[in-house]
Write a protein that binds this ligand. Structure first.
Ligand code: SF4
Ligand code: SF4
Length: 495
């Protein structure tokens, strides 16, 4: 039952129903539209010249930045990409693509480059426009995403929005390697002998709808896999969006969805452009994590600050420098020691008698390039990164969750803000659990992440048999975790 949730009594029947998923997706889509309405035109409190007064009291901002963006980290931790199964954007993209041009997405677009750019642009928008502080900006962002998903759906056959524009999907793909949850076929032999191949073939069929004496026949094409996967060939869970099309289309009932051991896919190496995405995410997460530890933050941002001063650039120029630094240079620098250990361990000097191998001849080993090495070293870092991400999410939710009842009663957030800060008839909501408890939870999470990272380092080192991989991986894991641990200790234990 654990490895197939569709077999759970009663609940399993509900999960097998196509209507259950339709209603769930419709609910999240309706919530997204409602969030746009609650945030639209809500920028400030009339008559008060205060910066970002509605940041947490407005329901749109609260739901999006506290619950949605932070909550999906825990979904990713436990269920990998399961959020995608009810994501309103992915679903809308799939529906619209039935009626659009249904073009094939060009091969040169099928990588992580555009999604990496979107992540950087979002970070810049947060720096420049304080996107996360104003409900109207959040509403505009959501509207833009809805329009983009419709546009992408009208153009391409696949879930183009997910592949091109959704950084959350790319983050899920990384974390799905750790999560104990997967979709697989029950018996590969059944797929091997299957003539219909309905799970991948977008089958067409007649459907009969009956109401009393009236009967309606409808001819329709069933949706295939939106990301062009073949369930029988799934080797990892990085790309499956749990849309369940293959489950509903399979006429042999040979698809299962359920739990598996942790870290099951962790040995699946990162693709080249995925390595770039990993680096950007790693840099942003590390910079974000360290921002409460002033000395560490000053150290991490020392170089872009000095360069901005040297060039005489003001705030905006510094933000651009900081974004480039955080997204690319800082994470590359943090990975450099591990990479150098790998390269040093690969040096071998042997006597050869081959007359063609004269001085200056280098034989290139594909695995030893920077991107390929970082892609391999990234694997052991994923658990540590995921737990650091979960820590950020816990801290944020713990600090702001108590605003939710107020935001539900007053979605605009104006009355709540006035009651808390002007009339002071209501106390400003505090943390849900005290810092004395939170600090141990956070520390425990980081320790678990570090332990899992070491476990993965050992696993990958044994499989690869590459000289120096284990020490290189341990150094790569230790560098950021030292930043995370020192931040937590300084912030929650010392201060
Ligand atoms: S990839 Fe992004 S947009 Fe697509 S379903 Fe997943 S969360 Fe939604
Ligand atoms: S069709 Fe199946 S394999 Fe493809 S994304 Fe949907 S659930 Fe995953």
């Amino acid at each position: 039952m654990r490895d197939n949730i569709f077999n759970i009594p009663v609940f399993g029947a509900l999960l097998r129903s196509v209507w259950f998923w339709r209603i769930a997706r419709l609910t999240t889509l309706a919530l997204t539209v409602a969030m746009i309405a609650w945030g639209w035109h809500q920028h400030a409190v009339p008559g008060l010249s205060l910066p970002d007064p509605l940041m947490y009291t407005n329901l749109t901002n609260h739901l999006f930045w506290v619950w949605w963006l932070m909550g999906i980290v825990f979904i990713a931790l436990l269920f990998g990409r399961l959020w995608c199964s009810v994501c309103p954007l992915g679903w809308l993209n799939g529906i619209v693509s039935r009626f659009g041009l249904r073009r094939e997405m060009p091969v040169w677009l099928r990588n992580f480059i555009s999604v990496t750019l979107v992540l950087v642009i979002l970070q810049l928008a947060i720096y420049f426009f304080k996107l996360h502080r104003f409900p109207d900006y959040t509403a505009i962002l959501l509207t833009f995403c809805l329009l983009l998903t419709i546009g992408a759906g009208l153009l391409y056959r696949q879930r183009a929005f997910c592949l091109l524009f959704c950084p959350a999907g790319a983050v899920f793909g990384l974390y799905a390697r750790v999560a104990p949850f997967q979709l697989r076929v029950k018996q590969p032999s059944v797929c091997a002998g299957c003539d219909s191949q309905r799970c991948v073939s977008e089958p067409q069929e007649w459907q009969k709808h009956q109401l009393g004496g009236s009967v309606l026949y409808r001819h329709r094409r069933l949706d295939g896999c939106p990301v062009d996967l073949v369930p029988a060939a799934l080797a990892d869970s990085a790309d499956c969006t749990f849309c369940l099309n293959c489950f509903h289309n399979c006429d042999k009932e040979n698809i299962k969805v359920g739990f598996r051991p942790w870290l099951a896919d962790i040995e699946t190496g990162l693709r080249r452009s995925e390595t770039l995405f990993f680096l950007v995410l790693f840099g942003m997460l590390t910079a974000n994590f360290s921002k409460v530890y002033v000395e560490l933050r000053q150290l991490l941002f020392w170089l872009p600050q000095e360069v901005a001063v040297l060039l005489g650039w003001q705030e905006s120029g510094y933000y651009v420098l900081a974004a480039i630094w955080v997204a690319l240079l800082l994470p590359s620098l943090l990975m450099l020691p591990g990479y150098l250990i790998l390269r040093a361990a690969a040096i071998r000097t042997t006597s050869i008698t081959d007359p063609d191998a004269g001085p200056g001849l280098f034989v290139h080993d594909e695995r030893s390039g920077f991107w390929s090495s970082v892609g391999q070293l990234a694997l052991p870092m994923i658990p540590a990164l995921l737990t650091a991400h979960a820590v950020l999410a816990i801290v944020k939710i713990n600090a702001k969750a108590a605003y939710l009842p107020f935001a539900l009663v007053d979605p605009s957030g104006v009355k709540s803000f006035l009651a808390m800060n002007v009339m002071q008839t209501v106390a400003t909501p505090g943390a849900v659990i005290s810092l004395d408890i939170l600090k141990w939870v956070v520390l425990l999470l980081l320790i678990v992440g570090l332990f899992l990272s070491f476990l993965v380092a050992k696993k990958v080192a044994v499989r690869q048999g590459r000289p120096g991989f284990l020490p290189a991986a341990i150094v790569s894991v230790l560098i950021p975790t030292v930043c995370y641990f020192s931040t937590v200790i300084e912030w929650l234990f010392v201060r």
